[in-house]
Design a protein around this ligand. Structure first.
Ligand SMILES: *Cc1c(COP(=O)(O)O)cnc(C)c1O
Length: 455
């Protein structure tokens, strides 16, 4: 007899969160201040005003635990939120594990990932404060297409610097951005001083997020009508992503479960933070003892091999200094297929909670990640983004551990996006062309040697 069991826990539209969750006031130890690179003094709102609208600058340092989501933003969210939470029953069976595995699926957004959660909010606040154009960087193209879409919704121009290796590997993402009306340049480009400086040294440069950020920041700093938008790392970006965890908490209680292990992949840290920050709130209050695990690529291991110190957010050294786990701002990660995970640093907030021992971190190779992603697709029918494959590899390790220890474990992870625009990566993987990269110790040592002196 065919027996039905629940696999999806959905919430009605009315349960889209009314407010984002800001962890800053709940931290047991405050975040280190952001420093001006010249004076090494903490920066103020005026220093950031050329780059961001005031409302986002205020969110960056807000002491309010709950920050109301504007109605216009909730209306756009309503097209795909609340996103579904699934129990991966077939995957559990395949892994023959006593663990229960749940995943929050952010791939149902029009751009196919969690990124529109903040793109829509950033476009809204910029429009409200009179910005005409947004300049940004993109790695794999997920952020660029999300911001391009949000700019189309709010009638803003959008200029995207796309990391060269992704520009070449992912022509469909570029086409999507252009369809939304954005203009896209391969980075390093010859349209900015920062881009030209890199090209002068290495005309074949693969590019990196650090370089693309320099280009976009430069463009925004030079044009009063243009502001800069970042798709990860900053506090306000992580804040906007907390809708993921707020919904997940409610859905997990519908399922009658509470996670023992929470997993997400980390590039700049935003999808991970979006899922876990609302849970860390319970952990800080002593109401949860869940293990929280960040999974990063072994080829770009900021949390597991980086140093917790002040560094620039970009390669051209135009940004303020932030305290974070970093591999050095000039580090050039290998051209792995998880383009969204190729950033030299980690969000200051995620770095801080790692330093406080509230979260753990592991690094996985891309072959392990893709093998896990393919198994996931066969069990669940969703082909994950290469970035998400890293989280899935982490989940597999925990499911195996639960089996070995014979321990019933409830695992929750963030399936941050689908991989429909990443088919070349899957073609290469199936053809045996993907390779693991050794930990690039020498390049990292070199990049770390160039850290700014702050003490
Ligand atoms: C951008 C992106 C990432 C990496 O960014 P985070 O800020 O670490 O979330 C991961 N997964 C997907 C699908 C992305 O688009």
């Amino acid at each position: 007899m065919f027996r039905m069991y629940p696999i999806q826990y959905s919430l009605p539209h009315s349960r889209i969160p009314q407010a984002w969750y800001n962890i800053l006031p709940d931290l047991p130890k405050p975040l280190a201040p952001v420093l001006h690179p010249g004076t090494l003094k903490p920066i103020g709102p005026d220093d950031l005003a050329p780059l961001f609208p005031l409302s986002l600058i205020l969110q960056e340092v807000s002491a309010e635990r709950e920050i109301e989501i504007p109605e216009e933003v909730r209306l756009v969210y309503g097209q795909w939120r609340p996103t579904p939470l699934f129990r991966a029953r077939r995957l559990e069976k395949f892994l023959d594990t006593p663990a229960k595995i749940y995943y929050k699926y952010e791939g149902v957004s029009p751009a196919g990932s969690h990124k529109p959660n903040t793109a829509v909010a950033q476009a809204y606040y910029n429009k409200k404060e009179g910005t005409k154009r947004l300049a940004t960087e993109t790695g794999a193209g997920q952020w660029g297409s999300s911001l391009a879409m949000a700019c189309a919704f709010f009638d803003l121009e959008c200029t995207v610097y796309m990391v060269r290796v992704s520009y070449d590997q992912k022509p469909y993402r570029r086409a999507l951005m252009e369809a939304f009306g954005a203009s896209v340049a391969a980075s390093p480009s010859d349209t900015t001083e920062s881009g030209r400086a890199v090209l002068a040294q290495d005309p074949q440069s693969n590019g990196s997020l650090g370089i693309a950020i320099s280009e976009a920041v430069e463009v925004a700093a030079k044009d009063p009508n243009t502001k800069y938008a970042l798709g990860s790392v900053l506090n306000h970006v992580l804040l906007h992503q907390t809708v993921i965890g707020l919904e997940a908490k409610e859905q997990m209680s519908l399922a009658g479960d509470d996670p023992d292990v929470i997993v997400g992949c980390t590039g700049g840290g935003s999808n991970f933070a979006g899922l876990v920050m609302p849970y860390l709130s319970s952990k800080i209050k002593g109401q949860s003892s869940a293990r929280v695990i960040a999974v990063e690529p072994a080829a770009c291991p900021s949390l597991t091999k980086g140093r917790f110190t002040y560094d620039f957010g970009d390669t051209g050294h135009l940004t303020p200094l932030v305290k974070m786990f970093t591999l050095g701002s000039t580090f050039m990660p290998p051209g792995i297929h998880a383009g969204g995970l190729r950033y030299h640093g980690m969000a200051p907030l995620v770095s801080h909670v790692k330093e406080l021992g509230l979260v753990e971190a592991i690094a996985v190779q891309q072959l392990e990640a893709f093998a896990a992603g393919i198994q996931f697709a066969r069990a669940e029918g969703i082909l994950p983004a290469p970035e998400a494959n890293h989280a899935i590899a982490g989940v597999f390790r925990e499911a195996v551990r639960a089996k070995e220890e014979g321990k019933p474990t409830t695992i929750l992870f963030n399936l941050c996006g689908h991989g429909h625009f990443d088919m070349q990566a899957y073609i290469d993987y199936q053809a045996g062309k993907l390779q693991n990269y050794d930990y690039p110790a020498e390049e990292i040592a070199m990049a770390l040697a160039g850290l700014p002196a702050t003490s």
